[in-house]
Unconditional design. Sequence first.
Length: 143
Amino acid sequence: MAINPHAVPNKPGDDRLRCPKDGTLMEKLTIGGTKKLLVEHCARCGCLWFDPYELAETLQRQNAVEEIDYGIAKKYDQDVHNPLPKHCPRDQAELIALPDPRQPHVVIDVCRQCGGVLLDAGELKDLSEFTVGERLKAFFSRP
Ligand SMILES: [Zn+2]
Ligand SMILES: [Zn+2]
């Protein structure tokens, strides 16, 4: 397996994830509500990392999307032309790009190993316009 060049070991006790795109240490964003959610956010490129259940939860919360998707990235859209594989910040498995047939500019990166999802800034807003749940379910139920 290819090694993520950004996977520099953290200092002991530092459990922050590193952005799969630029290696920046990601900050945890709290989404309020009855059950708090912690979503990882890269302050540099604006991308968001969701653990498996977090994306579905986030999309269900009306204000959450506006709260956490800063949308910096419409400009920082190097992703489309960047052929370098990205790796899961948790287990370093290669992320699989899952373009959306209805919204070609939205490409979500999924980790098959842990089920985490990487979204570029701005994509969450677009995603929230329809349910992504079904597609992810279909993806993970493949043999
Ligand atoms: Zn980043
Ligand atoms: Zn993973």
